[in-house]
Design a protein around this ligand. Sequence first.
Ligand code: ADP
Ligand code: MG
Length: 199
Amino acid sequence: MLDADFFRRWMTATAALVDREAERLTALDSPIGDADHGSNLQRGFTAVTAALEKEAPDTPGAVLILAGRQLISTVGGASGPLYGTLLRRTGKALADAAEVSPEQLAEALRTGVDAVRTLGGAAPGDKTMIDALVPAVDALGESFAAARDAADEGARATTPMQARKGRASYLGERSIGHQDPGATSSALVMTALAEAAGE
Ligand code: ADP
Ligand code: MG
């Protein structure tokens, strides 16, 4: 079973990976965006870790809802409301359970990803974070490691795609040939989840 401490570890591991990879995320956001994805997420997840330390939420759902709220209020770019919605809606789906099973987490994350799709209007193949998140949630029934690998593969698969949502879509065909920054950071979020699970 996964308790609040597990979810805290997931968020702090995400913050650490975002710190480490911030320059790469910003570099990916340079040719097909405005070169701020790494700094956006760094600011957001720094606020997440600070809030988790200060408020010490004691259920999995409360950890994710607090994290999502921080992202929405501190990240200016499109990714803030989108990742904020992902975490908040996943947290809401977990309600006030003290511990949840990996299956319950997989189901809740599916709800969160659906909310991101509704908010952003992106479908698989549009070259967004959805292209990493959907395969990850599909693979989560198998294992955390499988979800991490599926997200990685999903992020790499965005390179030949033409963007149909977000800033990159303004470039039309010129968006082809670059890996999507948001799909890349979603793969980091799933890597952090597998790390928290010890996989
Ligand atoms: P901004 O585009 O406002 O500068 P970021 O650079 O932080 O925001 O994030 C860009 C990433 O957000 C993109 O690489 C893409 O994965 C994701 N994104 C943008 N718009 C959407 C959308 N409508 N639906 C899903 N993801 C999106
Ligand atoms: Mg950007």
